[in-house]
Ligand binder design. Structure first.
Ligand code: ZN
Length: 201
């Protein structure tokens, strides 16, 4: 599935917002511009929901097990509280949709603790802290290197499989899905990785 690109929609939203800022507050012009801002915001919300519907349908159709990071209750350091609240709301909506559809399809959804999924090495389990801009996981203990998100995705899947009583397996297909819940600018550092896999065992 293609990722969701909302950069045009966010540009438009920012543009309308800037226009609003230049209008005299509470004037007729201001009011009509305020409606344009609201419209731009609704478009983004609708596109996110459409995308989440497509993504969750695809996931439960394609996979028997989907492991996702549970909502992180601790505030994220990389992003503002406001951005985090929005992302949390979008993430909750996504998980709700996923669980609802998974029920209908007999797909297992496992919510796992998000702590340390990017730090942990998916091969040996040793934790290595890395700043958000380091896109590659490179393990000082075992030498394993991999894309940061893919490494995290595997950890999420292993945690999910553990909950199911299954172990890690080299043959488990691993797929990384980024739900693109937020604009790219805001998503850096807050993007969650969805891990979906179909254990053969
Ligand atoms: Zn390692």
């Amino acid at each position: 599935m293609d990722a969701l690109d909302l950069s045009d929609e966010y540009d438009r939203y920012a543009r309308e917002q800037r226009k609003l800022d230049r209008k005299e507050h509470d004037s007729a012009n201001w009011e009509s511009q305020r409606q344009k801002v609201a419209q731009a915001k609704r478009t983004i919300k609708r596109k996110v929901l459409d995308f989440q519907h497509k993504l969750t349908t695809w996931l439960v159709t394609e996979y028997d097990v989907v492991a996702v990071e549970d909502l992180n209750v601790k505030p994220m350091l990389e992003t503002s509280q406001n951005a985090k609240n929005k992302q949390d709301a979008a993430w909750s909506q996504f998980i709700d949709l996923l669980e609802y559809k998974a029920d209908l399809h007999g797909t297992h959804v496992k919510k796992v603790k998000p702590e340390g999924t990017t730090k942990e090495c998916a091969v040996c389990g040793v934790e290595t802290a890395k700043p958000i801009w380091v896109r590659e996981h490179s393990c000082p203990a075992c030498g394993h290197t991999e894309d940061r998100d893919l490494n995290a995705a595997k950890n999420i899947l292993y945690r999910g499989l553990k909950q199911l009583g299954a172990g890690r397996s080299e043959s488990t297909p691993v797929q990384t899905v980024l739900p693109a819940l937020t604009p790219q600018r805001e998503a850096v550092g807050a993007k969650r990785v969805i891990e979906a896999g179909s254990p053969e065992a």
